[in-house]
Design a protein around this ligand. Structure first.
Ligand SMILES: [Ca+2]
Ligand SMILES: [Ca+2]
Ligand SMILES: [Ca+2]
Ligand SMILES: [Ca+2]
Length: 363
């Protein structure tokens, strides 16, 4: 008879083998650049939570949402933002502590800088910024990130819930004079599927794994139950966004393969900026220059305002100084097709082309 201990060990070994196989085949790493500290790089980015006077007295418990949790309401002309930090580990290697710490720091640093940018430079209120992050106790939080800012755990249900609240009848019913700024920081994957002989892209972003029991783990990895709970497919985000009547929605999508989201979420008055095409990895820092650009550095025409187009181009050109095989895209003309700044189809002077709306949109 196998001892209890040995049996547990066998289960654990099998578990890690399965997790390893799953992660290696399921996720591709986004970037291996170390944490980018814009403060220490000598750039104009004066954000450090320790220097900020931050006192949100009623910081919420980090939790899953349930009906009635959101009590604010758009009263006209309000700006909302949603910052989502997804899964930290991309490959099995990333699960080792140092690697995990690097990604953890990198993602939280990006989220913290974006939060500070919206709050300090663009005047978004704390209650109008929804920050979805799941913390891990054993890892160090970068100084640019204030855990008090977190509103809710990062998972699919909470994202879906918040977006539903933006729809007619929801607690934050958005109308034409309201706007939503959406940032997703994460690994991404393009699953190749063949349906009826046709190749179909199923791009998705991942959420952090969270299991409460060994049974849930075995159920997930061994019996493949609830496999999609940690994935946000492109078509799902498209569904979640349906019927939100904001006058302006801006999407900053950092993961690999994020171009695959464009055909699913494209729409009138929606500007979508992605780090790469549907078929491409994103290996070069992307969200950091985007934030840096929005913080005043992307003002190509010198009017002292940063359009979304200026921030996109600043970022894309920065990427293409380092690699020629990745193509950050922009779509803002509701046709479901994103364009790189070098392509026909991108023309900020032509109302029918990509770039026209973004050139006239400011935070
Ligand atoms: Ca908030
Ligand atoms: Ca797609
Ligand atoms: Ca400008
Ligand atoms: Ca387009």
């Amino acid at each position: 008879m196998i001892s209890r201990c040995l049996r547990s060990s066998i289960i654990i070994v099998i578990f890690f083998l399965i997790i390893g196989a799953n992660i290696v085949t399921s996720f591709v790493i986004t970037t291996d650049d170390a944490l980018i500290d814009l403060n220490n790089a000598g750039l104009v980015f004066p954000f450090d939570k320790r220097e900020m006077s931050y006192n949100e007295s009623d910081s919420k418990l980090i939790s899953n949402l349930s009906a009635g949790d959101i009590i604010i309401k758009a009263e006209g002309g309000e700006e909302f933002a949603l910052i989502v930090v997804g899964r930290y580990a991309g490959r099995l290697l990333d699960m080792f502590q140092d690697n995990f710490q690097q990604y953890y720091s990198w993602y939280l640093n990006s989220a913290g800088m974006m939060y500070s940018l919206l709050r300090n430079t663009y005047g978004y209120s704390d209650e109008n910024i929804f920050l979805l992050v799941s913390l891990k106790d054993q890892y160090d939080i970068p100084s640019s990130f204030n855990p008090d800012w977190i509103d809710y755990e990062s998972n699919k249900e909470n994202l879906k819930y918040i977006l539903a609240e933006f729809k007619p009848g929801g607690n934050i019913w958005m109308e034409n004079d309201d706007s939503l700024f959406f940032t997703f920081i994460n690994h991404g994957l393009d699953e190749d599927e063949r349906n009826n002989g046709k190749y179909a892209h199923n791009t998705f972003f991942g959420f952090p794994y969270k299991f409460n029991t060994i049974q849930e783990i075995v159920s997930h990895f061994v019996f493949k139950k609830n496999l999609n709970a940690f994935k946000l497919y492109d078509w799902e985000l498209g569904e979640y966004l349906e019927n939100i009547h904001a006058g302006k929605m801006i999407f900053i999508l950092q993961p690999c393969y994020s171009g695959g989201f464009i055909n699913d979420i494209s729409g009138i008055n929606r500007i979508i900026c992605t780090s790469s095409r549907e078929s491409e990895l994103a290996t070069v820092e992307w969200i950091e220059p985007f934030i840096h650009g929005l913080n005043g550095n992307a003002d190509a025409n010198g009017d002292e305002k940063i359009s979304i187009l200026e921030a996109y181009e600043y970022t894309a050109r920065n990427v293409n100084k380092k690699t020629k095989i990745e193509h950050p895209l922009l779509d803002d003309n509701d046709d479901g097709i994103g364009h790189h700044y070098s392509e026909v189809g991108y023309d900020p002077t032509n109302p029918n082309s990509d770039g026209y709306v973004a050139a006239r949109t400011f935070l």
